[in-house]
Design a protein around this ligand. Sequence first.
Ligand SMILES: [Fe+2]
Ligand SMILES: [Fe+2]
Length: 204
Amino acid sequence: MKRKAGNAPQIEELLYQALETEIGGLNVYETAVSCAVNEDLKKEWLEYLEETRTHRRVLLTVFEQLGLDPERQPPGREVVRHIGESLVKAMKMAVAAGDPDAAQLVAAECVVLAETKDHANWTLIGVIADQQGGVEAKVLKQAYDAVVTDEEHHLYHTKGWSRELWIEALGFPAVLPPPEEVKQVESAIGASRAEQARDKMLGH
Ligand SMILES: [Fe+2]
Ligand SMILES: [Fe+2]
């Protein structure tokens, strides 16, 4: 099958956005950890913080291998940075309001938002690795394989935490740690199955 070469400037754009997402993610996690009341959640986010550090390193290696300058600031990257800083600001606002449980809910939502972008970036990097030929594909495939399972955890597990902590706050029976955690979910299908199993886990 003859491969169609991708749109090179847009591929670069994605890589810059992905790098900035990981860099901003470090600040998001540092703040989120300080908002975590639940000890299991705190432990989990500390792990994700470390993994995010690794992802940044993986991307810096990609930049080196592809001859890209990691200091460059294309406009799309600045937008990603702005969103990351806004998420940190939102969490600090919630902390300042003085209700730790409420701040934890805000932090969980902020992590879900940050990880939605992170997960989308890596899914797209996987598409490039799959569709593009040559050295670039090889470099990106290696990076993708090193990171993708972490990103599935980051997004789907935190989504589970956010939902269950909200349900608990609303005064209904919650599954904590969330089903996604217990069932070690690593995909969208798995996350959906875990969510549907919550009734059973509550003993209904
Ligand atoms: Fe990441
Ligand atoms: Fe992530």
